[in-house]
Design a protein around this ligand. Structure first.
Ligand code: FAD
Length: 596
């Protein structure tokens, strides 16, 4: 079985030494978010995730969720329900939710390390509370007063959980195709009818009610994605005064049998005239849903990070213990029958790839989290706007790159185990299977790439990119004399210039041929992720050098940054070259000739 130890030292390094989060929280008026408070929160989160959630990861995979077709009920794996009760008891569900609705009001950023720990310990379990946050956000920003009053408190204190119901059998990426209907009732509510599939936590035994946020079309809705509205549809009806009533006309039809996350219930939900309430304006449901999806997308990026970290921790331990062959330069442990495999450069390549992607990805995603706080709490509208643009720009990068790297890290970590990684005993194949979903749900990597290049760069004139490039330039100017980072400044400046140039080139080609956007988007996204990570590695090396951390820690940061710049950043050359080739390299082949 794989084990998990929360990487508190590195989490704190990123938050306090790299991001200066404590200072930022004070500046943003978050007086309670002191280092003492946060450290105590993270210590307790580590204890909970290591001792309660992590041991349930394997049984969750092996037993999975069970569906009773006679009652439509879903039973979660042994221990999941009790762990959720402990989670609620500990007040974790409302850690970053507003105090006004019973939350603890800590900054959003403080929830990111908690989420990383949960996802690393038990991704499938983590999916049950995950979507309550998205539902809370959607209601906070778009709900009517009575809806906030009635639904937020139980979602925040964990008495109820939330879901996000978009997908239908014929409609995944293209929500304009959805068929679920909402007919007005005389009392101002709506009757929702249709089938949703793949709904995470759509049915379970952990809470007394489940609040579905459902996309549906009103009778007079315009065609396509402009005609979509958002509705609250509780599993058990909830009146406007908050009283919970009889079962609503929504029933789980089945659960999916999947490659991974067996402990997470992925449900078909049949709505048969179920009572629902409109959230926000008619036909503006996608906008409200996007509020929910943005935080969920950052959250899925962190799932990739958590799984990568757990996988690499186990690979490191195994590589130190497993004795095979001798070092190429002669025995390193002559007293043993063979050297541990960690002496082999190729094993180190895999371990360092994981370490570089995990620790760099941590800085990248925690920084995106901090921008969420700044976008809401900064003293001036200009600063809030800037941070908002940055969140929009960083979201597809965090979501897509951290999950793509999640697959790479879990596969590399499995590879370190040799054949022992492929068998179930060590738990490495579970991590690789669990990681696979993260590049698919909440918008596939392809869709994140289109969001980044098509929308955030070309449509919005690259507002977020300009701010990010400005941050890199400022860092390069300020730190060129920093002994811990000087060697990275030149390459970083080069990549910054190339990033601008490539953006201009793609933009020009896109004006002549829109296919160029789709043809360049994946490579543009990955290029962006690798350069962003180079920036975070240079900043990490600089921050480590200036910190009071141990010499070993500083050396590890410096050597990993060197590894990153020498062996991972060059991947940008392939991406730059691929995105610079014309769209015709993808479009020229006639569809009918693919299998000729
Ligand atoms: C375990 C699991 C849990 C899920 N949880 C939820 C949930 O809680 N709520 C919910 O509503 N949904 C959920 N989903 C659905 C998930 O979000 C969708 O599967 C995903 O959005 C992709 O939709 P699709 O499967 O229909 O693929 P499709 O949209 O059919 O896409 C197929 C392929 O075509 C590509 N593609 C499609 N359109 C374009 C385009 N315009 N440009 C470029 N490429 C394109 C995609 O990138 C993908 O590679 C879940 C799915 C799974 C498997």
């Amino acid at each position: 079985m794989s084990t998990y130890k929360a990487p508190l030292n590195d989490m704190r390094f990123v938050l306090y030494d790299v991001l200066g989060a404590e200072r930022e929280f004070a500046r943003l008026g978050q007086a309670d978010a002191t280092r003492d408070v946060l450290d105590a929160v993270f210590d307790e989160a580590a204890r909970f995730t290591e001792t309660v959630l992590a041991p349930l990861n394997e049984i969750g995979d092996r037993v999975g969720c069970k569906f009773d077709k006679d009652t439509g009920a879903v039973t979660t794996p042994p221990g999941f329900k009790q762990a959720y009760a402990q989670f609620v008891e500990g007040g974790w569900t409302g850690l970053v939710s507003p105090v006004e609705f019973g939350g603890q009001g800590l900054p959003y950023t403080a929830g990111v390390p908690l989420k990383e720990m949960i996802d690393a310990a038990n991704l499938a379990w983590g999916n049950f509370p995950l979507l309550s946050h998205g539902a809370t956000d959607a209601l906070l920003h778009h709900g009517e007063d009575w809806q906030r009053e009635v639904f937020l408190k139980p979602l925040v204190d964990g008495t109820w959980t939330g879901t996000m119901c978009l997908t239908e059998p014929h409609c995944g990426t293209d929500l304009g195709l959805l068929k679920t209907r909402a007919a007005p009732n005389e009392d101002g509510s709506y009757a929702i009818t249709g089938t949703k599939i793949f709904i995470t936590a759509g049915e379970h035994d952990m809470t007394g009610n489940i609040i579905h946020l459902v996309l549906a079309k009103l009778p007079d809705a315009p065609a396509g994605s402009k005609g979509i509205s958002l509705f609250i549809v509780p599993k058990f009806k909830v009146a406007r005064d908050g009283t919970q009533g009889e079962a609503n006309a929504v029933r789980c039809g089945s659960i999916e049998h999947k490659m991974g996350i067996h402990g997470s219930a992925t449900c078909v939900l049949n709505f048969d005239g179920a009572q629902g309430y409109l959230i926000g304006q008619p036909n503006k449901g996608l906008m409200a849903m996007f509020t929910m999806m943005n935080t969920a997308r950052l959250g899925v990026g962190v799932q990739g990070l958590g799984l990568s970290d757990r996988a690499w921790q186990n690979a490191l331990r195994y590589s130190r213990e497993r004795l095979q062959s001798r070092s190429l330069s002669g025995a390193k442990f002559p007293e043993k029958p063979a050297d541990p495999i960690i002496v082999q450069p190729d094993v180190r390549r895999m371990l360092l790839t994981c370490k570089a992607l995990v620790e760099g990805g941590r800085a990248l995603s925690y920084h995106a989290g901090l921008q969420v706080d700044i976008s809401e709490l900064a003293p001036t509208p200009e600063e809030r706007q800037q941070a908002d643009a940055l969140v929009g720009f960083l979201t597809p990068i965090v979501k897509a790159c951290l999950t793509e790297w999640g697959m790479e890290c879990t596969y590399n970590a499995l590879q370190c185990f040799g054949g022992h990684g492929y068998i179930a005993e060590h738990g490495m194949e579970q991590l690789a299977r669990d990681a696979r979903i993260t590049t698919l749900y909440e918008g596939t990597t392809g869709i994140q790439a289109l969001d980044l290049l098509g929308r955030k760069i070309l449509q919005l004139q690259g507002a977020g990119l300009k701010i990010f490039l400005g941050m890199i330039t400022q860092f390069c100017d300020a730190e060129s004399g920093n002994e811990g980072a000087a060697e990275f400044i030149g390459p970083l400046r080069e990549k910054t210039a190339q990033w601008q140039q490539l953006t201009l080139q793609v933009g020009q080609r896109a004006m002549a041929n829109p296919e160029e956007v789709g043809a360049a988007s994946y490579d543009y996204l990955m290029y962006s992720g690798y350069v962003a990570l180079a920036y975070w590695w240079a900043r990490s090396a600089a921050a480590a050098h200036a910190s009071t951390h141990s010499d070993a820690f500083k050396r590890a940061k410096l050597e990993t940054a060197r590894f990153y710049f020498a062996r991972i950043l060059p991947r940008t050359m392939t991406h730059a070259s691929a995105m610079s080739s014309a769209a015709s390299t993808l479009t020229a082949l006639d569809e009918a000739a693919f299998d000729s």
